[in-house]
Design a protein around this ligand. Sequence first.
Ligand SMILES: [Zn+2]
Length: 162
Amino acid sequence: MNIDQLRQRFPNEQACRSFFESVMWQKGRYCPHCRAEKSWLLKGSSARSGLYQCSQCGRQFTVTTKTPMHSTKLPLWKWLLAMYYMVNSSKGVSSVFLARWVGISQKSAWKLGHAIRQMMAPDSRLLPALSGIVELDEKYIGGKPRFENGITHKRGKGTKKQ
Ligand SMILES: [Zn+2]
């Protein structure tokens, strides 16, 4: 997906929120405070969008409650954008570049990067284990070829490595 396609797929905050909700609550919405599975959406002008109330403990939550994204004042779109850059860069993204690309301060970018790496940890709820067809970038396996006088070993696509 390129950046234009990303923007089309997520034209507004609601689209981003729906996406995060579908990933976080794949088996149904639950309260991050008490894990109860019954809750309702709070509506009305005073309610923030995506705010739910738990029917068991009565506390309120959104999809980001108790995740590293919690208490951020950044729009969900910026989180999504930062995640997009981070997962699409095989060498990692510095907070300097992240700040520039996402349009936030470098301090925010540093925090964002840290939180995203935390959410990408193997036991994270946000990014579940891969399943189905998984594609990897190409990778050549094997050490440095033995030195043979006059022979130049090809690198990259021309290599004889597996
Ligand atoms: Zn609860």
